[in-house]
Design a binder for this molecule. Structure first.
Ligand code: ADP
Length: 472
């Protein structure tokens, strides 16, 4: 039994009647060798040759034929060797996107008759790239239809046909089906030059290697599919968790909102009662009872401030109305809410941007930071500065003061709800410890971040980034 390489040579040299072989190739130079063997053996046996190839291939094949000792000029002159351009040939029988049987039968019938030049019973050797051109054009259904037409034509006209296909058209795993279809449409399948030119032992080795590679690829593809499915599961799981988290955050905000509202009315009632007791019975009360009643009212006020803070926190970031905001003008508005005496201590850097954003929440952030700076910097030479710099997709803003500063171990704490750093006492600024947590919540909901630089006695700088564009 001959080896595969010998079988290829045998087929190309003396193809049996009605051969319709497919030759896969990687390199045009190697294909030239195949064409030369097929054509030169045919010419030697008195069988005319018809080569239908892509224009640039025609010249390469001509060189190969010459190298194989064929007198190309004489053969062309005698009409036993004829060249046809594949694309031009296709245009003779394509109707729209598909080949037309009638046109094909007429056009190729004429070409075959021309090659035979009236000689009876002489088979023509046809080398063709027409189907491969259709595959290269991304029209596989027309390619397969044309393959069938060549088979049908072979039933009525005597020719042997070798089609060439670039292996590169079948490199993806999804090409497997089409590759099988192409092989099935041919009487013989000739592998690429990488396989047909080696000796018999090397061929066996090559087969084993190919089998291993095919198995390895199949299991890789299986693994890939499994990983893909797992990834999809993980993504679905993550979406579910994110949904649940969003829902629970919403519920929590809603809960804080409702509870705060509910707490406020009894608080107001307590305050009114304390006021009435003082108004109605003040004269009969011991002085310390009056002091206690005042303390009670103060505590009620503080409680109210805390509840308002919780309401602020639960509502923070809800608004999402986009409008064009001139940050310089917005800062002036924030300063207008501060005591006139301190405004002179605040400087706003030039170059504040104007951009479309959520005005209310940006206002809230500046309002909290600036009022803190004013509140905590209790010194006659207070200096508060608001700055900005461009930071890619974000603006980076900061509010700096020369106030008391915050100890390094407390820098993270101040952003937490109800966190207050200052000790309590008569000299201490009023506050609930909620402002900075609102700043952080709003900023992070918008995709920005907050951080703080500070040292005791040296002042503090509160930084935040704010996206240049927000989704509608
Ligand atoms: P509040 O001001 O109502 O107490 P915040 O959340 O705004 O609450 O601030 C948390 C704490 O951070 C404050 O209690 C204060 O101790 C500290 N802090 C905030 N801003 C400054 C500042 N500019 N300088 C010094 N300490 C500050």
């Amino acid at each position: 039994m001959p080896g595969a390489a010998e079988r290829v040579v045998e087929l190309l040299t003396a193809p049996p009647a009605a051969t319709h072989a497919v030759q896969f190739y990687e390199d045009v130079a190697a294909l030239g060798g195949i064409v030369a063997r097929f054509v030169s053996a045919g010419l030697a046996a008195g069988e005319p040759a018809l080569v239908i190839a892509r224009e640039p291939h025609l010249r390469a094949f001509e060189r190969s034929l010459v190298a194989h000792g064929v007198d190309v000029e004489a053969a062309v002159e005698a009409g036993s060797l004829r060249w046809l351009d594949a694309r031009e040939t296709l245009s003779r029988f394509m109707r729209g996107d598909m080949p037309d049987w009638k046109l094909f039968e007429t056009a190729m019938g004429e070409q075959i008759a021309l090659s035979r030049a009236g000689l009876a019973d002489v088979p023509v050797r046809i080398f063709g790239e027409t189907v491969d051109v259709l595959l290269a054009d991304g029209n596989p259904s027309a390619a397969m239809r044309l393959e069938e037409m060549w088979n049908d034509l072979g039933r009525t006209l005597p020719f042997s046909l070798v089609c060439a296909h670039v292996m590169g058209h079948f490199y993806r795993a999804s090409d497997g089906e089409r590759f099988h279809d192409v092989c099935r449409a041919h009487t013989h399948v000739l592998p690429t030059e990488a396989y047909s030119s080696v000796d018999r032992d090397a061929q066996l080795r090559e087969i084993a290697l190919l089998q291993q590679r095919a198995r390895a690829l199949e299991s890789e593809i299986e693994r890939g599919k499994k990983l893909e499915a797992e990834l999809r599961d993980v993504a679905r799981g993550r979406d579910r968790i994110e949904d649940a988290l969003r829902r629970s955050n919403r519920d929590l905000d809603q809960f804080a909102y409702v509870v705060s509202h509910e707490l406020k009315s009894p608080l107001r009632a307590i305050e009114s009662l304390a006021q009435w007791i003082e108004d109605d019975h003040g004269a009969g009360l011991a002085p310390e009872a009056i002091v206690q009643l005042r303390t009670l009212r103060e505590r009620v006020h503080r409680m109210e401030a805390i509840i308002d803070g919780i309401l602020d926190y639960s509502r923070a970031g809800r608004s999402r109305a986009l409008e064009v905001v001139d940050v310089g003008a917005l800062l002036v508005e924030v300063l207008d809410t501060q005591p006139a005496a301190v405004r002179a201590h605040v400087s706003i850097a030039p170059g504040m941007p104007t951009f479309a954003t959520d005005r209310i929440t940006l206002y809230q952030v500046f309002q909290n930071l600036i009022s803190n700076a004013v509140k905590y910097t209790r010194r006659p030479d207070a200096a508060i500065a608001v700055g900005v710099e461009d930071s890619g997709d974000f603006f980076h803003f900061w509010v700096a003061d020369n106030g008391p500063g915050i100890a390094s171990h407390l820098l993270d704490r101040v952003w937490k709800v109800f966190a207050r750093v200052e000790k309590h006492g008569p000299d201490v600024a009023e506050g609930t410890g909620i402002g900075l947590s609102v700043v952080r919540k709003i900023t992070e909901m918008r995709g920005g971040r907050v951080w703080l630089e500070s040292a005791v006695g040296k002042g503090s700088t509160f930084h935040f980034t704010w996206p240049k564009s927000l989704p509608e």
